[in-house]
Write a protein that binds this ligand. Structure first.
Ligand code: F6P
Length: 544
């Protein structure tokens, strides 16, 4: 039997650090004038400030030793040389190849994948040009004005988030829509305002078997055929998939299919043909800039020393907060309306990757893995859940993300947005003591008695850790950097927690049961063998 990492002197050393740091308050740590310069990293226009984390140099040194102990550099080498590090599915993990320089060879099972990557990118570019210039038109000869991407999970969240993030770069005259939910309300509401003659559908599914996507695709097809006839399908449907056989069976011309490969995980697939709707929305030049931003972050992750490495530092902070300070959740707070969908995108990236309970050897973990990620764009969240962050009882590490310049500027807005962002992290860090609360009340018009009575309600414990990530501005390049930053953080965490970050068996069980229950809900299956609770619900649903 192998001994757990938690029994190692390294882990125990970290536990001792947490006992020491738990006695300190962030307010005191941040009183040190050198704190910011010691606890912030700058790279290629990005600033990562972790001075408001409950951590210090000796602790970070130990965490970096943990990365070495887990053989972080070895796992990185195994990933980029195409070893099947997704061992439960026997797959390589090569999303970095999707944004690599075209003259770089990247091998998967001895074969260079880069010519295939370049060929698909070229086809995507050509397709975008034809749509934008009106060379690809609907069956009746009309320009395509609306594109509906039908996909779910990784085949939806990335391009949808990025399309909104790059709002400032939208190609005029073309509107993107994303349909994911099998609830008919999603597709019906989207189609309500569209004209089949000017609408193109992209059916995006890695497997081309996902029930929700197949149902939505079939309904979209019926909607189109009802007006334009069967012959119109070829001009109004294209597909993105690794399963080109299933694409052809659905009736989409293989000439109109864009491939990707099983070494691309769904939640890492934005850089592949899954990014086609994004490329249509913002133009292919901007899509290439996104890839360049991702590539720059790859180089940084692969070459920067641990002390200067942004993704690794984020991962070490997460291990610290989760496994040693006891945080169960993390709030992701982008102070950018255009990044409104980032929390949802990262929920899949982080929780589907590292929300696991067994290690690479199949042993149950004796330490917590991925925290629950949630969040909302600032300042909206301030008027919803921030009360709990300030005066609730839970430790909630926060990631603030902001841009120095606005992507869609209006006079007076950006400074106010940034002031709010900085005010929140400052308040969470320093809190407000009883004494300060009382003094503030007395400085107003409160009597001694009123001040004493009210002050306890106005105490803020503070000591709530946060990181602030500043981008110069939100553009395709910086968005590429940002997404790749979090991808590499997820990889590093998988190494630190000794997990396979690239499978998602937890999602499968629900899919399996939905298939079994569907006939029962449709009134054909026998419910007598079901558990009482599920049988009761189905019987109620079927009651007239
Ligand atoms: O949610 C499970 C999952 O397999 C994701 O990993 C994936 O992004 C999503 O379903 C959609 O899968 P597909 O692209 O094969 O339709």
């Amino acid at each position: 039997m192998t001994t757990s990492i938690t029994q190692s002197p390294l882990w125990q050393g970290l536990e001792q650090q947490s006992a020491r740091l738990n006695k300190l308050h962030l307010r005191n740590l941040c009183a040190d004038p050198e704190r910011f310069s010691r606890c912030s990293l700058e790279w290629d226009g990005l600033l990562l400030d972790f001075s408001k984390q409950r951590i210090d140099g000796p602790t970070l040194d130990l965490l970096r030793q943990l990365w070495q102990w887990r053989d972080g550099p070895g796992w990185l080498a195994r990933m980029i040389t195409g070893e099947p590090i997704n061992h439960t599915e026997g797959r390589a993990v090569l999303h970095m190849a999707l944004r690599a320089a075209p003259d770089q060879a990247i091998l998967c099972q001895g074969r260079d994948v880069m010519p295939d990557v370049a060929a698909v990118l070229d086809r995507m570019e050509d397709f975008c040009r034809r749509i934008h210039q009106g060379q690809w038109r609907g069956a009746g000869g009309e320009m395509i004005r609306n594109v509906v991407n039908i996909g779910i999970g990784g085949s939806d969240l990335g391009p949808k988030m990025a399309t909104q993030a790059l709002n400032a770069c939208q190609v005029p005259g073309l509107k993107l829509h994303y349909v994911s939910n099998v609830d008919g309300a999603h597709l019906a509401a989207t189609l309500a305002d569209l004209d089949p003659a000017t609408t193109l559908f992209i059916i995006a599914s890695k497997t081309f078997t996902t029930q929700e996507t197949m149902q939505n695709a079939a309904s979209a097809r019926q909607w189109l055929v009802a007006t334009l006839g069967e012959g119109a399908v070829a001009r109004h449907f294209v597909a993105v998939s690794t399963n080109l056989k299933a694409v052809a069976e659905f009736g989409i011309d293989p000439a109109n299919a864009f491939a990707f490969w099983d070494w691309v995980g769904g939640r890492f697939s934005l850089w592949s043909a899954i990014g086609l709707p994004l490329a249509l929305a913002v133009g292919f030049g901007n899509f290439r800039r996104l890839l360049e931003g991702g590539r720059a972050m790859d180089r940084h992750f692969l070459t920067a020393p641990a002390e200067a490495n942004l993704p690794l530092t984020l991962a070490l902070l997460e291990v610290w907060n989760t496994d040693f300070l006891g945080a169960q959740t993390r709030a992701l707070l982008p102070y950018s309306q255009s990044l409104e969908l980032l929390p949802r995108y990262l929920q899949q990236l982080e929780m589907e990757s590292n929300g696991k309970r067994v290690d690479r050897a199949g042993q149950v973990l004796d330490y917590p893995s991925a925290p629950i990620l949630w969040g909302e764009a600032g300042t909206n969240g301030q008027h919803a859940f921030y009360q709990l962050l300030h005066q609730g009882e839970r430790l909630v590490p926060c990631d603030f993300i902001a841009c120095r310049e606005a992507d869609l500027p209006l006079p007076g807005h950006q400074a106010l947005l940034l002031a709010n962002c900085l005010a929140q992290s400052k308040a969470l860090m320093q809190g407000k003591t009883l004494e300060e609360a009382r003094a503030e009340l007395l400085a107003g018009d409160a009597s001694q008695g009123q001040a004493a009575a009210l002050a306890p309600y106005k105490v803020f414990p503070g000591n709530q850790p946060s990181t602030t990530l500043l981008l110069p501005r939100l553009d395709p390049y910086t968005l590429g950097q940002l997404i790749a930053l979090f991808e590499h953080k997820v990889f590093a965490l998988g190494v630190l927690w000794n997990l396979n970050s690239f499978d998602q068996w937890g999602v499968e069980y629900g899919k399996q049961l939905a298939k079994q229950l569907l006939p029962m809900i449709e009134g054909q299956g026998d419910i007598t063998d079901l558990d009482s609770s599920s049988a009761g619900l189905i019987a109620y649903l079927k009651r007239s």
